[in-house]
Design a protein around this ligand. Sequence first.
Ligand code: AMP
Ligand code: ZN
Ligand code: ZN
Length: 396
Amino acid sequence: MRVRLRNPDRDVEVAGPLTVADLLDHLDVLPHTVLVLHDGALVTAAHELPADAEVEIRPVISGGAEGAPRCVVCRAPAVLEERRHRAAWCTAHLEDHIHNQIRRAIDHPPGLPHSERMCSYADRLLIAVSGGKDSLALWAALVDMGYRVDGLYVGLGIGGYSQRSQQVCERFAAERGLRLHVVDLAETYGYTTPGGASAAGRSTCGVCGLSKRYAFNRVAVEHGYDVVVTGHNLDDEAATLLGNVLRWQDTFLARQHPVLPATGTNQVRKIKPLYRLSERETAAYCVIRGIDYVVEECPLVDGNTGHELKAAFDLLEHASPGLKAQFLFGFYERQQRLVDRSVEEQVEVGECTGCGMPTTGRLCAFCRQRELILAVLPMTAGATGPAAGPVPTARR
Ligand code: AMP
Ligand code: ZN
Ligand code: ZN
């Protein structure tokens, strides 16, 4: 069906038939903020729209043009507007909106059977926190929602930036009486991100990403956590997807999902409960909750193509609010049909001979990278490296 959205005007094609309620849900439009017209006549939520319907969705909540925007729930003056949702919220209802989106992500992950959740209240969660807005907002929200969740900060050795980030995470945890694990790359594995990158002749973002992913899983396994949580948001995931599509990275497309199940021993499930929320929304949440976070960006990010993709996508989103969400959520809905998982299913996962963590080869990618780095770098004192030994059995 063809759907005309107004303010700004744009047309989108949506597969039907669908009820009005399902269409609005699909487009992430809050029902009480719009009127829906089918062939020019008003229709209500249960109305069934045929596959060839001509639909118009007209906003009814007046915004900036007629004075200060008001909360879509209680009509109090709003503190944040989101064109993507065609909505604005007061402080209290913005907090509800953020929690609702996280709730929905956890309870109904895209493309999975309805009964499958990202995590349960019985699970022990380990959230990887960088000191930035997303992961700290998510930690606060999950604690409020009643989940059992501890934090993990990985010290990457990026000078003052890493020190400030660690302090922010430690203060956040201390003020709330939460448990934070800290793993320092240099102390534990013998290299910093910038040092490792130049020793290995690899990009800093590449060395950083592999080291972080390894540390998240390893700490979770060693301490008996059930799930690793990261703060990747809608902007991150949409930009990653765009990059994977532009380069036709088949295996990445097969693996990109807000829930990655544990596929073997010594591997923990990974979830991204913020995939439905933009970074603007998580930043606003930090402000209204009084969460102090590191506003500065990583100084090594220059030339990272992820950032260029984000900037390009922002231009498109500005012209067509909601495009990012449509692109990302639409992909998840179609993923089973679109990507060929057979490549992945055939590989056999065994144990790394260096560290015991899962790998498809003899040595895992992390141990291979570390070998390469330590062959060049002098070993830092004390970094005898647990990566050289097998993982101790999990304790609870
Ligand atoms: P980034 O790769 O910087 O976009 O971060 C994505 C997610 O990875 C964050 O939301 C955190 O959950 C996690 N993360 C990034 N850096 C760190 C770090 N130094 N320590 C722990 N977790 C991190
Ligand atoms: Zn309100
Ligand atoms: Zn290994």
